[in-house]
Design a binder for this molecule. Sequence first.
Ligand code: NGQ
Ligand code: ZN
Length: 453
Amino acid sequence: MRQLHAPRARLHDGWSRDVLFGVARGRIVTIRPDAAPGEATRLPGPVIPGMPNAHSHAFQWAMAGLAEHAGTEPDSFWTWRDTMYRIALAMDPEGLEATAAMLYAEMLEAGYTTVAEFHYLHHQASGAPYDEPAELALRIGQAAREAGIGLTLLPVLYAHGGLGGQPPRDDQRRFVNSPEGLLTIAERAAERLPDARVGLALHSLRAVTPEEMNVALAGMPDEAPVHLHLAEQQAEVDDALRVLGARPAAWLAENVELSPRWNLVHATHLDGDEVRTLARSGATVVLCPTTEANLGDGLFPGEAFLAEGGAVAIGSDSHVIVDPAEELRTLEGGQRLRAERRNVLRPGPGPRHHVGAGRWEAAVAGGARALGETEGGLSVGALADLVVLDDTHPRLVARSDDALLDTFVLAGQRGLVREVWARGERVVSEGKHRARDALRARWRHAATRLDLG
Ligand code: NGQ
Ligand code: ZN
């Protein structure tokens, strides 16, 4: 058993001093506050739980910044998507692995310690499957291993180009599978990636019919997490009303048994009834505020959802920003701009609730569930995923406990993360990932070789 000693740490019930963590097989097995360090490895600053990244499309990191020029027509999510499809067609297995490994190292440097990869780039550029049908899923697994980040792989079922079972577009050809084909990819990935957890993603109500959804769900173990893009754009709500006769969230709640295994990505457009239904269903809403801002999606009704007891996780999605604190800052910032008030997403009704600290804790808990973990945060049984902050940094110096975490989350900047431990291994020291130089060199090579534009 490895032992780690923190001068102070934010456990799930608040801060404790002189915390001794016992770690075995990548998980926390004991936690003793007020303990002497003895022979333990000393962590050089205050410790907070690592953040699960509950939504990633790794290949999109390669296009960050490449869709920021205005066209002659008004730009939208849908015009952005055309650029994104072009990048998807340009990727090859080596390029994907180089992109994902580089990205995952950046995630660790920013304080994400696990990632749910919503993986829908399955086939060759021609649309034909690779000889190994799970080729690109295995590349994602290899990238996670190289970076040392915990992976929940979500092979994505994508079968149609629009609601009502429309045929896929030609530029969606790398994504398309039958439910059976997708289950084969999931099975092979589970066999070949013993370190990863494998769940299921249904791309969106646009991309799968109710029948296909049921076949895919029936083919997965009951405890596997299920993810779905829910209602990111108003156009999706309008289409659902027209084709399904209900708004997306209302339709889903009527047609599947929502439960804590369900994770609804971009539940942006919800009416009051849907807010209540989703919050009470036990499902987790996965928000990606920096991507949602970049894509002009709209604002999630966060205050109402939390008031109903809803659970939220965060993800970096298209990776325009890779920084969990900035996701939470953008989330709270959007709510403040709309409400014209401060401290909107409060963790509870009482006085002096720390909004930054409370958001971090809640997103850690929601994210752990979204990745299929039963325990999250710094607790016994959870992954030994620790972020050590630099409280000698001018921004954090002389800040106590939750005020320190509020500052990191809501007034943070680069350079505040000193060390990151993922599954009991130190992967970031003095702010730098252990393989940063090699991964950057490989990425530079791949970026020059691939035609990214
Ligand atoms: C995706 N991304 O699958 O990468 C989607 C766009 C779509 C986001 N929703 C494609 N942010 O929804 O059709
Ligand atoms: Zn997405």
